[in-house]
Design a protein around this ligand. Structure first.
Ligand SMILES: [Zn+2]
Length: 90
């Protein structure tokens, strides 16, 4: 069981996704941010989502000189999945 210390109730993917934007914007309190961070550590899919959002924000903020190869494709695929409301297109 990885990363269960100091987490009162394990955060699920749905909750993590709901607060992810606030988390990345630094708008969550420390306890809540800690729960999100714990989930991102143990959940590969949510961790990947977080990394994608970080890339988007960095790009929008002009912090990244140019996107890594493949990032744009991933962002487009992710944007499409948001539009469909489905995690994967099949
Ligand atoms: Zn998750």
């Amino acid at each position: 069981m990885p990363g269960r210390h100091r987490t009162p109730a394990p955060m699920g993917c749905r909750e993590a996704a709901r607060v992810l934007q606030s988390y990345l914007d630094g708008q969550l309190d420390a306890a809540e941010a800690g729960r999100v961070a714990d989930h991102l550590e143990v959940c590969r899919r949510c961790g990947l989502d977080a990394a994608t959002f970080r890339s988007i924000k960095a790009t929008l903020a002009g912090a990244a000189p140019e996107p890594e190869p493949g990032v744009v494709d991933r962002l487009e695929a992710f944007a499409r999945s948001l539009g469909d409301g489905k995690p994967e297109h099949r």
